[in-house]
Design a protein around this ligand. Structure first.
Ligand code: NAD
Length: 295
């Protein structure tokens, strides 16, 4: 199938490559020209604007940083809606505010264009393997039209509800991940300061109730002092800001999320915004003057 793909960063690039491997014909666009090189070499057509992508493709996928970027690409000048024919489908796989998804979907519907929000979890390794988890919001018929295409990039594709439900589910995911990394960092600093080797603590507790996918992925990074992204602190700040806004709107207080947000803000102020979110451990290292390292 002919597919347009906009946003070829850490996640978008491997996801787009998996669609080419699955036999789809891609037209791609990114504001950073060199981000399109790998796709061009793999056979994708390179466009000069979202409008041009839309004029050539009945299905357009976007993988962009946040709500303003998706609004600009879909609704802005030279955006998708300027080039899209009626019945075009847009699937936005970015993690953005649920309210923004609803606003964008409404404007699309006025032009006869279908829109789904379909953020993912799994990070770069699962984007490369094609085993991401998709959480989708929107119309059921449109979901079934694109489910097989999303399955070329993911191991799980779940319709969570109406438009915005995908991003609401993703906010829950991001709250759980951020708080889990903070809990793991706090606990491993405690045991390290008290004189126990973090490798032994990890070995002893990973199979019990405290074990988690987050701990398995992040403790090896933390104990090696390797904070290369992965998922950047700056992007997690964006997600927690969207979670706090949404929580306040719907009347669901998020006291723990607010605390971890301040830890992330502290790390950003120290110049660590581009580090992996496992760098939450650095905050505890600053507090104690000790490192969490295996001996
Ligand atoms: P990234 O910053 O690496 O990539 C974003 C890409 O969008 C960049 O290539 C950028 O040039 C492009 N872009 C920005 N504005 C644009 C515009 N107006 N037109 C065209 N292209 C534009 O980010 P990423 O890590 O790939 O994340 C993308 C989304 O996926 C984010 O919403 C993020 O929260 C989410 N996400 C990331 C991960 C992860 O581990 N990195 C995991 C799950 C979800």
């Amino acid at each position: 199938m002919k597919i347009g793909f906009i946003g070829l960063g850490i996640m978008g690039k491997p996801m787009a490559l998996n669609l080419i491997t699955a036999g789809h014909e891609l037209t791609v666009f990114d504001i950073i020209e060199e981000n399109m090189n790998t796709l061009k070499e793999a056979g994708a057509v390179v466009a000069t604007s979202p409008k041009e992508v839309a004029a050539q493709n009945p299905l357009i996928l976007t993988m962009l940083p946040n709500s303003p970027h998706v609004k600009a690409v879909v609704l802005g000048e030279n955006g998708i809606l300027e080039g899209a024919a009626p019945k075009t489908t847009i699937v936005d796989m970015s993690s953005i505010a649920p309210l923004a998804s609803q606003e964008i979907a409404k404007t699309c519907a006025e032009k006869g264009v279908k829109f789904l929000d379909a953020p993912v979890s799994g990070g770069e390794p699962k984007a490369i393997d094609g085993t991401l988890s998709f959480m989708v919001g929107g119309d059921e018929n449109t979901f079934h039209e694109v489910k097989d295409i999303l399955s070329a990039m993911g191991a799980s594709v779940v319709l969570c509800g109406d438009i915005g439900a995908g991003n609401t589910t993703k906010l829950a995911n991001q709250v759980i991940v951020a708080l889990n990394i903070a809990a793991v960092s706090e606990a491993f600093m405690l045991s390290t300061k008290a004189g126990v080797d973090p490798a032994k603590v990890f070995d002893a507790i990973q199979g019990g109730l405290a074990g988690s996918t987050v701990m398995n992925a992040k403790i090896p990074m933390i104990t090696a002092g390797n904070f290369a992204p992965g998922f950047k602190i700056d992007l997690h700040i964006k997600d927690l800001a969207n979670a706090l806004d949404t929580g306040h709107e719907v009347g669901s207080p998020l006291p723990l999320t607010a605390s971890v947000m301040e830890i992330l803000q502290n790390l950003k102020a120290d110049g660590n915004g581009q580090c992996d979110h496992s760098a939450i451990a650095l905050y505890y290292e600053k507090l104690t003057g000790s490192n969490i390292r295996t001996s």
